[in-house]
Design a protein around this ligand. Structure first.
Ligand code: ADP
Ligand code: ADP
Ligand code: MG
Length: 518
């Protein structure tokens, strides 16, 4: 039985895993880099071990340091979270060699699924539909590739077998562009992943990115927890996820879940994983890849599947417990939406924003969950990805979930560092989003971020309210003759201004945008 878990991660996901451990009476060990020494995941852990400097290559990605930390603290299991070492089969082997339980799949399954070409072969053999394409492409044999491309049809995609995070992918519109695309995808993959193997895939458009959450035990039982809709993407990064998807009927859901279960069984998969598909307009779907780990967007599944705890399930399965014999597929109840709150400026082409968060107010109330690393006084380091928190809501229906998300986004106050919250509010007003009429290309081809209205009339009272709020916090009395109603309206304005990342700069240089302030 697992008694002490080392969490080989940081940020919101480390906190997420700690919470479940505490509920289960399991102790937690945090690891941290120097710039993370004041992070919440360090403060909240039972034990914490420093593992090096800021760059992940000197800390969170160093297998030996993590294994040493686990041995030092007597941790009997490791949870990898997502990103970092979570899909590194050598890390799994190192844990096993050290006698530490890895909370995730076996290294064999991870290797089988890690390459897109080997995963495609596995799925084809298991009867899971894959995107029509050509697996065996010699990166230097352009004549054969051209013949295969004619067979597949244009447009098509050249993809790197080792690709990830949107890298090593090229869209090819015409035959004459194929050779250059093959060179580009191959060399990008060689430099990023050390493997230039490429393959060809038909371009499915318009398509939705739909994925299925699965959990498998050590006895061959696989359960599928329905789908997530992840088509709202920018630069191949998901920004908003929903469960269920407006495009998935009960009949499609059944077929998707059956395919995901077959995918997991094809490689003796264990623990939690996600099977990604593209879904076309006619209800056909095609296997993309398996993410062999807990996914960023797992909470939307937890909320529509009766409040299950996927981390608790991961731990139970890792302890060798069998999954229950209930139905292998779970039907969703109600609707859940997640907005990724990133440190980036939606008014400046989503440039990264880091720095000191001087004030945070969490949204709250019925149906609202905020998984976050933020606290007032946190200095966000430059070394890691931009995800600061995930705002997740549940309601009975999609329209009510959207209303609830708008309310929660308005209640969220983050001052000092610009976030993409205004983007989410604008997206949640867009008629295409409201009707559910979007695909993976929609955000970049159609959505336009509204300009920040500098002359917005709400700014005037907000400026005063902001100043007053500062006075009040500083323990001074508020301005004489101000009624409670004015006060409340102004406080609302102050929140509005904080939400937009505008802050007061010590009373000397006046108001300014708080983006990337260092
Ligand atoms: P999800 O589908 O769960 O969002 P992603 O593939 O977008 O999964 O990535 C999850 C996390 O993993 C990201 O926040 C990022 O930090 C990390 N990640 C993804 N791809 C890479 C990569 N190629 N190199 C380093 N980190 C990555
Ligand atoms: P990664 O490992 O980088 O996540 P994926 O194969 O999962 O690569 O693809 C990332 C994204 O690229 C998908 O979510 C989808 O938007 C797009 N994409 C990938 N393959 C295709 C395809 N054959 N047709 C259309 N879009 C695709
Ligand atoms: Mg993917």
């Amino acid at each position: 039985m697992i008694k002490r878990v080392l969490i080989a991660n940081r940020g919101e996901i480390a906190l997420r895993i700690q919470r479940t451990c505490r509920e289960l009476g399991i102790e937690t060990v945090a690891v941290y880099s120097d710039p993370d020494r004041n992070a919440l995941h360090v403060r909240n852990a039972d034990y914490a071990v420093r593992i090096g400097e800021g760059p992940a290559l000197e800390s969170y990605l160093v297998i030996d340091k993590i294994i040493d930390a686990a041995k030092q603290t007597g941790a009997d299991a490791v949870h990898p979270g997502y990103g970092f070492l979570s899909e590194n089969s050598r890390f799994v082997d190192a844990c096993v060699e050290a006698g530490i339980t890895f909370i995730g799949p076996t290294s064999e399954a991870m290797r089988a699924l890690g390459g897109k070409v080997s995963a495609r072969r596995l799925m084809e053999a298991a009867g899971v539909p894959i995107v029509p394409g050509a697996n065996d492409i010699d990166a230097a044999d352009f004549a054969t590739a051209a013949a295969e491309a004619e067979r597949i049809g244009f447009p098509l995609m050249v993809k790197a077998s080792a690709g990830g995070g949107g890298r090593g992918i090229r869209l090819v519109q015409r035959a004459e562009d194929l050779e250059n695309a093959m060179r580009a995808a191959g060399s990008e993959a060689a430099s990023s992943f050390g493997d230039a193997t490429i393959f060809l895939e038909r371009y499915i458009s318009p398509a939705r990115h739909i994925e299925v959450q699965i959990v498998a035990d050590h006895f061959g039982t696989v359960r599928a927890f329905g789908e997530r809709e992840c088509s709202i993407q920018r630069r191949n990064q998901k920004l908003v996820e929903e469960a269920p998807s407006v495009a998935v009927t009960p009949e499609i859901r059944k077929r998707l879940c059956d395919a995901a279960i077959a995918a997991a069984q094809s490689c003796g998969y264990r623990n939690a994983g996600t099977v990604e598909f593209l879904l076309d307009r006619d209800g056909n779907f095609y296997f993309l890849e398996v993410n062999a780990r807990l996914q960023v967007e797992h909470p939307v599944t937890e909320l529509v599947c009766g409040g299950i705890d996927l981390v608790a399930l991961q731990i139970a399965v890792a302890n060798g417990e069998p999954l229950s014999e209930e139905a292998t597929t779970v039907d969703p109840t109600g609707w859940a939406i997640e907005c990724r709150i990133n440190g980036e400026d939606p008014y400046a082409n989503f440039a990264p924003a880091v720095g000191l968060v001087d004030f945070v107010e969490y949204p709250n109330g019925p149906g609202v969950r905020f998984d976050t690393m933020l606290y007032s006084g946190l200095d966000i380091p430059v070394f890691y990805d931009s995800l600061l928190g995930k705002l997740i809501v549940w309601a009975e229906t999609r329209p009510r979930a959207i209303e609830r998300m708008r309310r929660a986004l308005r209640d969220l106050v983050i001052s000092g560092v610009q976030t993409n919250a205004p983007f989410h509010l604008a997206l949640l007003e867009h008629p295409d989003f409201l009707s559910g009429d979007f695909s993976t290309g929609w955000l970049e081809s159609t959505f336009v971020m509204p300009e920040l209205a500098e002359d917005d009339e709400r700014l005037e009272p907000a400026l005063i309210a902001g100043a007053m709020a500062e006075q009040t916090t500083a323990g001074r009395s508020s301005a004489p003759g101000v009624g409670a109603a004015d006060m409340s309206r102004w406080m609302h304005g102050a929140r509005e201004i904080a939400r937009r990342g505008i802050r007061h700069d010590g009373g000397t240089s006046g108001w300014r945008r708080g983006t990337a302030s260092r």
